[in-house]
Design a protein around this ligand. Structure first.
Ligand SMILES: Cc1ncc(COP(=O)(O)O)c(C=O)c1O
Length: 359
């Protein structure tokens, strides 16, 4: 079976974890600090603050930016639920804006219509590893005094007009879940150039402490462990190599699949580096395709089968809206394996399977 995702953990990650285990420093310590410095450098950000997951990074980011009860947060309905859940955690209301059907990212043209006097922030997602249209979104943020947060959980190392994602908006949030472009097991990271936000984020992730046992604001235990950070430091050094392989694999798939009538290959914007967290095509009769790939020993994924506002939680909260492009995409998208462990032989099997498909 060719899996849809496969984390690459080698001897050097294992060695570094063993060192931490022997050091006795298991929770947040010097390795977390080292990982934060390396990640800030990599993303060209002034500050990086490590967290326990991508979800807690988003939660901390909104809290540190002062978003709370009664505020509205504009975001995309076509993402993992964590993106919008973060608004709920801080008592804010997620407001969903439809996507661009080519990139699957929030459509900047539709954002201004959704702004009200309660709007405080925009969370954009760089879905599947392709940056959102940031220049337009940052302009809107500046015109309306809104905080722009990048959910870069799927886009480590992606470039928008030569700039790293995570350094474009006011705050960037990353995830190191095992399927992501790099992993720490579980883990997350906040990036920002704003000293106050970084300072608040550090406090919020650790019980709101200004110093040991001095709890100034309400915080949580959202810390990363040194065990996770040790893996992250090694993985970060390999990120560009992993991404190059993903891009090479995606190019090979597109070259060989673009002429098939029943499959629409991914669109890549000009002047971006799309890091292909997912290689996502559009198809009709998706269930039939999934069954076919399964028979051929090829894993697939559907990211995501419904817009977030169609989740029962969101319907119960009365947050259901209608975003036709997100609805259409959620019925048609299908992700095929593209991860860096794949070689030409596996990619050819995927291409052959498309060729063999009977409508
Ligand atoms: C777009 C997006 N946002 C947020 C998250 C949450 O990250 P985590 O699973 O590390 O909490 C994920 C990943 O699962 C994601 O894909």
């Amino acid at each position: 079976m060719i899996p849809i995702a496969s984390p690459i953990i080698e001897d050097d990650e294992i060695r570094e974890v063993v060192k931490v285990l022997r050091s006795g420093f298991l929770a947040q310590g010097p390795k977390v600090e080292e990982f934060e410095k390396a990640f800030a450098d990599y993303t060209n950000s002034e500050y990086a603050v490590a967290t326990s997951s991508g979800t807690t990074a988003l939660h901390v980011a909104l809290s540190a930016a002062g978003v709370g009860k009664g505020d509205e947060v504009i975001t995309t309905p076509f993402s993992f639920a964590a993106t919008a859940n973060a608004a709920l955690y801080v008592g804010a209301r997620p407001v969903f804006v439809d996507i661009d059907p080519l990139t699957y990212n929030i459509d900047p043209e539709r954002i201004e219509d959704a702004i009200t006097e309660d709007t405080k922030a925009i969370i954009v997602v760089h879905l599947y590893g392709q940056p959102a249209e940031m220049n337009h979104i940052i302009d809107i943020g500046e015109d309306h005094g809104l905080i722009v947060i990048e959910d870069a959980a799927q886009a480590h190392g992606a470039l928008y007009h030569k700039k790293k994602v995570g350094s474009l908006g006011d705050i960037g949030c990353f995830s190191f879940y095992p399927t992501k472009n790099i992993t720490t097991g579980e883990g997350g990271m906040i990036t920002t150039d704003d000293e106050d936000i970084a300072h608040l984020a550090r406090m919020i992730r650790s019980h709101g402490e200004s110093e040991r046992y001095e709890h100034v604001i309400l915080g949580y235990n959202f810390r990363m462990t040194d065990i996770a950070a040790a893996i992250g430091i090694v993985q970060l050094k390999k990120l560009d190599k992993f991404n190059s392989k993903r891009i090479e694999n995606a190019k090979y798939l597109t070259e060989n699949l673009k002429d098939f009538e029943h499959i629409t290959t991914p669109y890549v914007m000009d002047d971006v580096k799309h890091v292909f967290h997912q290689y996502t095509v559009r198809v009709e009769n998706r269930e039939k395709w999934i069954e076919h790939f399964k028979r051929e020993g090829i894993g697939t994924g559907v990211y995501y089968p419904k817009p977030i506002y169609r989740q029962p939680l969101y319907e119960d909260l009365g947050l259901g809206v209608s975003c036709p492009e997100a609805e259409k995409a959620s019925g048609e998208v299908l992700s095929l394996p593209v991860h860096p462990s794949l070689g030409v032989e596996e990619l050819d099997r995927i291409i052959d399977a498309v060729e063999n498909f009977q409508i």
